[in-house]
Design a protein around this ligand. Sequence first.
Ligand code: AMP
Ligand code: GLY
Length: 420
Amino acid sequence: MRILVVGSGGREHALAWKISQSPLVTALFAAPGNPGLGRLATLVPIKADDVEELTAFAVRQKIDLVVVGPEAPLVGGLVDRLDAAGVLAFGPTAGAARIEGSKAFAKEVMVAAGIPTADYATFTEPGPALAWARRRGGQVVVKADGLAAGKGVVVCGSVEEAEAAIREILVDRIHGAAGATLLLEEKLSGPEASCIAFTDGERVRMLPAAQDHKRIFDGDRGPNTGGMGAFCPTPKVSDALLAEIERTVLLPAVRELTRRGHPFRGALYAGLMLTPQGLRVLEFNARLGDPETQPILMRLRGDLVPALLAVARGDLSGVTLDVDRRASIGVVVAAEGYPGKVTGGDVIHGLDAALAPDQQLFQAGTASGPGGQVVTAGGRVLTACALGATTAEAMKRAYHALGTISFRGMQFRTDIGGSA
Ligand code: AMP
Ligand code: GLY
């Protein structure tokens, strides 16, 4: 079987690592990939959001399954084009991926399906938005409707902050057309969890729950990032709670999308907050999370390819997921300046250090340098992962793996997994 992984992050490196272990695979490609992926797959220099070129490549190369990592090509209709060309894909069509591509649409789906979520309203004019925020004393969350590379959400603590965020999105258009519509939500509080399921549009198979660390600095301080690390499982989500989340969140969302004529085939990600009033959905993503995928896949035993194929073919009935009882964590190593501007081009030392099979370094913002060395080429550079009998043990082993790595200006949190 010939498989193409689309994307170039730690999530895609972890997917390719898992897929490459399958005896079903005869050829593995990654577009555009990174040097880490290049050790497992043939790299194809096509951008992840170039729907036409990716489709042409898949047809030409007789690809049996395309596994789409990031949201942009999903929202951009890659899976629709592949479907039309007769190529199987793991990932939703554009109509189903709208659950991530439009936060207003996601809210409509949640309300229609009775999924618990924060109170909200949508706006296209700053005046009424500001009035809504004032009535709530500025204790609101401001969200751009469309895709904003994880930067479209501002949690506010005062009317002034809300006013500034509303103005930036609706008037200054810092997110462009993604901010033509804006959502205001009541501000909730509580621990967060990432609950991801494989779904074929009818059935769901829950992956073990994970927790992401979004802030740049230890102790959850500093600005939000794409994610500085994750651990799995999280003690906040018991088996009973995961079953409840399947029943009250994932299944109703899947059924509502199918009812609307957009069956979702892929990984559906619910970002949850466990509030004193019960669980609330903050967002849906139409894909696997990054960095959650890295520690989650460390725990999945057996062959991942049959599950991916079953999703793509629309029949998960014969699939069960076998999850390792050990805990896992993934620590993101970022470049100097992240989550702001980063420069890139710094040589990364230590990528060839000997590690155990249950310790992995998944590359993300990396590139091949002039002398054949691997250099930094993005904000999040790699994720160091490990399994352990306990989360504490997994932490020790992941930080040990990370300790082999060095590059100028590298930064990482020292407390990933600590809250578990
Ligand atoms: P999102 O991209 O929607 O997951 O939002 C990013 C982060 O903003 C979440 O992980 C939460 O920490 C925070 N957030 C989003 N919505 C809310 C809310 N209604 N109340 C409090 N925090 C929120
Ligand atoms: N780690 C959060 C996300 O993938 O959206």
